[in-house]
Ligand binder design. Structure first.
Ligand code: AMP
Ligand code: ZN
Length: 119
């Protein structure tokens, strides 16, 4: 695993900045978003530093698959039992703020605001 000295999420991985952890294993860390946009809002990150999906190559496919595969179980465990959204912001147009790939998991209990279907 390689982390970057100046990256805030790598610092969380190294334990230099505290986070409210939801799950941790060899290659994935999951923690609550510090500024939640929904009652359930946590972030899933690969421990290895990748800026965003532009940098995801075949080596990263297994960990990306594992993150999506775990999202439902963790969302349910955190209280999003009636549905949730998964969002990955990439680059300037995607309004990415932290350049360490992260999957936002956002959920209820009440319906979230407008999404892709504009409802
Ligand atoms: P974005 O890069 O736009 O997908 O969003 C970055 C997200 O990281 C925002 O929702 C922030 O609230 C969140 N965030 C930034 N710093 C921390 C931190 N130290 N712990 C938890 N979440 C954070
Ligand atoms: Zn990083």
């Amino acid at each position: 695993m390689s982390t970057r000295h100046d990256c805030i999420f790598c610092r969380i991985v190294r334990g230099e900045i505290p986070a409210r952890k939801v799950h941790e294993d060899d290659e994935i860390l999951v923690f609550h978003d510090i500024n939640p946009h929904a009652p359930v809002h946590f972030l899933m990150i690969p421990k290895v530093h990748i800026d965003n999906l532009y940098d995801a190559g075949p080596d990263h496919h297994p960990v990306l698959g594992r993150m999506l595969g775990m999202a439902g179980e963790l969302a349910r465990r955190e209280g999003a039992e009636d549905g949730f959204r998964v969002v990955i912001n990439n680059g300037r147009v995607g309004r990415q703020e932290v350049y360490h790939l992260h999957v936002h998991v956002l959920g209820g209990p009440e319906p979230l605001g407008p999404g892709m279907n504009r409802r």
